[in-house]
Ligand binder design. Structure first.
Ligand code: GLC
Length: 409
């Protein structure tokens, strides 16, 4: 009889054939999403293209990720250099993630007010990195499609996040500030990387959640060009919701016990919020009743803790789960880059932010190996670069681009 870890290895395995199928299915979903047909990839235009690297100024940035709220003042020097001059971080109280919208937006506006009053501040333009799926019709507005990453705040889905923030800011006496850009963290990461160096064609987030974006030709999008100043628009894939993946019993169990069953299937197989939980469910199953007591509490195993283990059963199972995540990510990167350049005639840089990529031992190498497994001759034309502070610097870049858009019309 096969032993417990061998069984898990089999359940979480993806061979080259599975990966090739993922690439084909992923591109089919991309193409459907772009045509506005039913697809698990939402392909959301961000109404901004990549920067030149010459944009300059000082900007206030608000960054709401999955775990923290950060407020920063960022300087862009106009020569591809960016500097965070001041910053403040606050953990989002768990109750606010599940409460009413006024509580969340008042918290944003109050934290912003405190940040500004503690510093003498002349800047009036600011940007908001809101790391959730939004349908945008301009760079400075966006309707939340649905919450992800465990958020369930009522009254926000289907609403314009920029207006909700503006109302809360008015209540705090901050009506003089102008929101120039509302953007997803993937978009911010691509803008930040492209500001620092050319040839970035994709950004990936591998943190609490997972997602990616890439620049698409304006002609392939079904949008009114409006105020877009370039022939390309960055598209937020929302790849966390890709659902054509082979799931096993643990994936299924995690999904039905989550607040959003049936949604974010790829995210639940890949990102930091869920990989620890998959490991816990697997451990509960393979340990005897006597030994599994310490694994009874849902979401008690964090990706960070698992990343620090050196040996043992937990480590063995964590590797199985995390390396499947890395293989899915490798295949999805191949899908996007070969969508942009089918024969890999050029070299491509991919900016990657999030603790999984560099924090889990061996993860990065697994992603790279998977890319080379799928593209044995040209895989090394895809360069994966970790970036830091993408959400902050990229939001400042978006702010600069937003000011330019506003001036030209
Ligand atoms: C979730 C969000 C997505 C975000 C990602 C990474 O998948 O839906 O918008 O980019 O997490 O933070």
């Amino acid at each position: 009889m096969e032993n417990a870890t061998a069984k898990l290895r089999r359940l979480f395995a993806l061979d080259t054939c599975d990966l090739r199928r993922i690439v084909t299915d992923f591109q089919e979903e991309m193409s459907r999403g772009l045509r506005g047909e039913k697809s698990s990839l939402q392909m959301l235009p961000a109404y901004v293209g990549r920067p030149q690297g010459t944009e300059k100024g000082k900007f206030i940035v608000l960054d709401l990720g999955g775990t923290n709220l950060r407020i920063m003042k960022v300087l862009l020097d106009g020569k591809r250099g960016a500097h965070i001059e001041a910053w403040q971080r606050k953990k989002i109280p768990p109750a606010l993630r599940r409460g009413r919208r006024e509580q969340l937006f008042d918290f944003l506006a109050q934290t912003l007010k405190l940040f500004l009053t503690e510093r003498s501040n002349e800047e009036t333009s600011f940007a908001f990195t809101f790391s959730f799926p939004m349908a945008q019709k301009s760079l400075s507005s966006g309707v939340l499609l649905h919450w992800t990453k465990g958020f369930t705040v009522s009254g926000v889905e289907g609403e314009d996040v920029a207006s909700l923030l503006a109302e809360a800011m008015k209540r705090e006496g901050l009506a003089h500030l102008r929101l120039r850009a509302l953007l997803n963290d993937t978009v911010a990461t691509l803008l930040a990387a492209s500001y620092g160096a050319p040839k970035y064609d994709m950004a990936v987030i591998l943190g609490t959640g997972t997602n990616a974006c890439y620049p698409e030709a304006l002609s392939r999008l079904r949008i009114e060009p409006g105020r877009i100043l370039k022939d390309e628009v960055i598209v937020n894939l929302e790849w966390g919701s890709f659902n054509r993946l082979p799931v096993n019993d643990y994936d299924h169990l995690l999904d039905i016990q989550s607040p959003n069953p049936g949604q974010q299937i790829m995210e639940k197989m890949v990102s930091g919020l869920y990989t620890g939980e998959l490991v816990r469910l697997a451990l509960l199953d393979v340990m005897g009743k006597e030994d599994n007591r310490k694994y009874l509490k849902p979401y008690s195993l964090s990706a960070r803790k698992l990343a620090s283990l050196a040996t043992g059963l937990e480590k063995e199972i964590a590797d199985v789960v995390f390396f499947r995540s890395a293989r899915i990510v490798g295949a999805a990167i191949v899908a996007v880059i070969t969508w942009i350049d089918a024969h890999l005639s050029d070299r491509h840089r991919v900016a990657i932010d999030g603790a999984l990529f560099t924090g889990y031992p061996g993860y990065r190498k697994k992603v790279e190996d998977t890319i080379c497994e799928l593209l044995p001759e040209k895989g090394n034309r895809i360069e994966l670069n970790p970036v830091k502070e993408g959400s902050a610097i990229g939001a400042a870049v978006a702010c600069a681009l937003g000011e330019l858009q506003a001036k030209s019309f």
